[in-house]
Design a protein around this ligand. Structure first.
Ligand SMILES: C[S@@+](CC[C@H](N)C(=O)[O-])C[C@H]1O[C@@H](n2cnc3c(N)ncnc32)[C@H](O)[C@@H]1O
Length: 333
């Protein structure tokens, strides 16, 4: 029973309450006006936060394949050549003729294509169906009839699947195993694919930089939890911030502050695109990291020797391990 002096107010949702705050205009003095202004801004931010925190129902995983599919629109002959050169340099091989090459987490398929062009028999697989479709599209464009290039969906965490693949002269997994959700298990699983002796394992794993790494983990988790509009907003803001910082730091070093030379140099390292790699970096979740010494020790105990290492910064460290004793360790930063 409700008394006659009791006002029954229907419950307002969180968003309705915030909008009620926003539309409240009854300030009587400049001080109240100012307070109202602050409250409005806070309320708008509250609504924005509630909206962008609305979790999507899907698993917290970045849609890598969609980004790689967009990358195909900027794929050119010189990017493919640069990808080939990067493989030759790290593997210290002029050709892959007669070699079996597996591309674990093939993404765009660019490095599978480069390996096929270098003469290898290639097996590409990826967990993401859009990455599989993008790699298949590359094959359709460049080697439609090749029987020495197979592509399928598979996971680096699926031991039964991996055990059916046999062994390979080159196991390539660039920027993949830290995105599986179980990096150390994946790092272990791929060793079973490496031919013994003389097989090579070429991996790239995100560096662990302590606080910076933890901050990026939070940003990535926020990104994959957000709706597409918020994701676009976040990407734009982070890219603008990243480029503005780079402009200032180049200017302070008395270099040309414009980004064009840096963009060209970026492309020249692996043939990738600054923008698509940035999307992959911000969105790339699950996200795990490791310091070089931890990776080195992990594989040393599994009988693998480090042959090639590039390290430095918040991005990926590249490692080439071999089942044979290394000729000479090369370290580039
Ligand atoms: C950053 S991309 C790297 C793509 C490619 N290797 C390259 O160098 O450009 C990471 C890729 O790993 C794939 N991936 C994530 N988890 C995987 C898993 N468990 N097994 C196989 N691929 C996986 C993603 O779908 C994505 O295509």
């Amino acid at each position: 029973m409700v008394g006659h002096d009791t006002e029954v107010v229907p419950a307002l949702s969180f968003t309705e309450q915030r909008w009620k705050q926003i539309s409240y205009v009854h300030a009587k003095s400049p001080a109240e006006s100012a307070a109202d202004g602050v409250a409005r801004v806070a309320a708008v931010l509250g609504v924005l936060l509630a909206w962008c925190c609305s979790m999507q129902e899907t698993e917290l995983r970045f849609k890598f394949g969609k980004n790689w599919s967009a990358f195909l629109s900027v794929l050119t002959e010189d990017r493919i050549t640069i990808a080939e050169e990067s493989l030759k340099k790290a593997l210290k091989m002029g050709s892959l003729r007669g070699k079996r090459f597996v591309d674990v987490g093939c993404g765009s398929g660019l490095f599978s294509l480069a390996a096929v062009r270098l003469g290898a028999t290639v097996h590409s697989f990826d967990y993401d169906t859009d990455s599989v479709a993008t790699t298949s599209e590359l094959k359709r464009r460049y080697f439609p009839d090749a029987t020495h290039w197979t592509i399928e969906r598979g996971s680096a965490l699926d031991v039964a699947y991996l055990s059916g693949l046999g062994r390979f002269d080159i196991v390539y997994s660039w920027g993949v195993l830290h995105h599986t959700g179980n990096m150390w298990q994946a790092l272990d699983n791929v060793t079973a694919l490496v031919k013994q002796p003389h097989g090579k394992l070429f991996i790239a794993i995100y560096n662990d930089l302590g606080t910076r790494t933890r901050r990026w983990a939070a940003i990535k988790q926020f990104y994959v939890s957000s709706n597409p509009t918020m994701q676009r907003l976040l990407l734009t803001m982070l890219f603008a911030h990243n480029q503005a910082r780079a402009v200032v730091s180049r200017a302070m070093r008395l270099e040309n502050p414009l980004p064009f030379r840096w963009w060209r140099e970026y492309k020249a390292s692996r043939g990738m695109s600054v923008w698509h790699d940035f999307v992959d970096w911000v969105g790339g979740y699950p996200y795990e990291t490791a310091k070089p010494d931890a990776i080195f020790e992990f594989y040393r105990t599994r009988g693998m020797a480090l042959e090639f290492l590039t390290t430095g910064g918040i991005g990926c460290n590249e490692y080439v391990f071999s089942c044979a004793a290394p000729a000479q360790l090369e370290i580039a930063t």
